[in-house]
Design a protein around this ligand. Structure first.
Ligand code: FES
Length: 157
């Protein structure tokens, strides 16, 4: 029953409010479900796995014959870079190439016969010791061997 002004009775109004509330609740629940369905996989993807990656123990340093004296090569050692240096004497040395200051990748300066970090002018000697600049610690040294002209870098035990 409607009034002369076009309004509805209180009972009809309650029914409309009841339907509106129900539809709002239904829409809210659906939207919440969609957010969880989209958000949960994203959050799970961004979390690191519970099991830590196994540490890399050995990696290839490339062909030994193509690394000239007084030069270097950056190679992957697991997820991090390593630097292989052939000294002017021909001896091979390898270290982690991750600067101990703020983790830039180091390189070899043949003009200084030093390992150098360009980010903040950090210097390491050819034993990996930090000798000047901001690096607080030496580079991690690796063992180096050559098998069938392939350089093999191994983490020290
Ligand atoms: S990151 Fe290498 S000196 Fe700062």
């Amino acid at each position: 029953m409607t009034s002369a002004t076009g309004g509805s009775s209180p009972a009809a109004s309650d029914g409309r409010l009841g339907r509106r509330s129900f539809l709002n609740w239904l829409l809210g629940t659906w939207a919440g479900g969609v957010l969880v369905a989209i958000g949960f996989p994203i959050v799970r993807y961004m979390q690191p796995p519970d099991v830590a990656e196994p540490a890399t123990e050995s990696a290839s340093g490339g062909a030994a014959g193509t690394l000239a004296p007084n030069s270097f090569r950056i190679v992957p050692f697991g997820a991090a870079p390593a630097i292989v240096v052939r000294l002017a004497t021909g001896e091979l040395r390898a270290f982690s190439a991750v600067c101990t200051h703020l983790s830039c990748t180091v390189q070899y300066r043949s003009d200084l016969s030093q390992i150098w970090c360009a980010c903040h002018n950090g210097h390491y000697d050819l034993n990996g010791r930090n000798v000047s600049g901001p690096p607080p610690r030496p580079l991690e040294p690796y063992d180096v061997s050559v098998r069938n002209d392939q350089i093999v870098i191994t983490r020290r035990g």
